[in-house]
Design a protein around this ligand. Sequence first.
Ligand code: UT7
Length: 350
Amino acid sequence: MQYHYAGKGTPVNVEYADMAKGENGMSIIETVIAGVGSYLPENVVTNQDLAKKIDTSDEWIRSRSGIGERHFAADGETSSDLAAKAAWNALDHAGLKPRDIGLIIVATVTPDKTFPATAVYVQEKLGVPPGIAFDLSAACAGFLYAVNIAHDFIRTGQVEHALVIGAEKLSCFLDWEDRATCVLFGDGAGAVVLSGEDSQTAREPRGILATYLSSDGRLAKHLYADGGPSSTGTVGLVRMNGKEVFRNAVEQISNAVFEVTERAKVSRHEIDWFVPHQANIRIIQSCAKKLELDEDKVVVTIDKHANTSSASIPLALDAGIKDGRVKRGELLVFAALGGGLAWGSTLVRY
Ligand code: UT7
């Protein structure tokens, strides 16, 4: 059974068959990006700052990863603080109020507490009325997993407006003895408001066109935190086999983009913007090359943000929109790979 909206916030059941595009003159619900927002903590830490503390250099970090600086949250500033600020900006951009939101998903590997979900603290901070709120753990691919789930809630008529947030305070589990990982990560949050839109009354066709997700637990050993409530009783620190993750990232991010363009029957050459997870500029460039996408179609923020895991795609999207490059009606593709290993892609007409 699926639904369509009779009016704002009033989902009405209709038979699934009736929902098929064009059939009986019925419309389907598209999931559109109604608003985008982000937040970066105030404290900027440059490569030079790190070089004063550990055995590294600006030259090594820039040439191996593309990172120039990162933001670190203040002591006492939590992932839900970052998430709530990004969410406010996304709500403003969408022209919506907290009372309009029926679903909040926070993708994070750095929750405020082991439980309850960071999403309920965001709900409280924003003043969102009782509704669905939960966290999702899929590391750097978490934002894409969350978008996919929110898309299902929307197109089945369960909620009209959802907040999907990637929020990370990765600085809380960096190993300052391991220079191969501690220089790569930063803190921040990015958010989108996803809304259901009747395809027939929409001014122009837009929304999520295709999604693809996958995970392979056999590769979990290559990227993880070596702690957890049921194992060590500690949070743990980041451990990464950089070369294995790099190799898998180039292969699976490219494959994931091929997959969504095929599913949507869209040519890769129609893509206006590739908005990838920002883990390493060399990964991004290798994927763009495999996908035959010009560099000027790629949104890159790694130099300023470093790797912010689940926050990196919405942070990059927001940067691209706010500086005027990414425009309404353009075809965007998001793609990421990270701990799990887990990866995925989303194709969306913005
Ligand atoms: O978000 C999740 C996804 N994450 C990723 O996709 C990350 C994937 N991996 C990578 O981005 C890269 O593998 C790294 C940036 C982590 C490392 O780059 P690499 O080209 O694979 O370098 P490497 O690990 O092979 O290290 C090369 C050298 C080593 O020295 P020797 O053994 O050749 O003498 C390291 O000890 O660089 C040394 N090194 C450093 N030197 C200065 C490692 N870290 C540093 C450092 N500063 N911070």
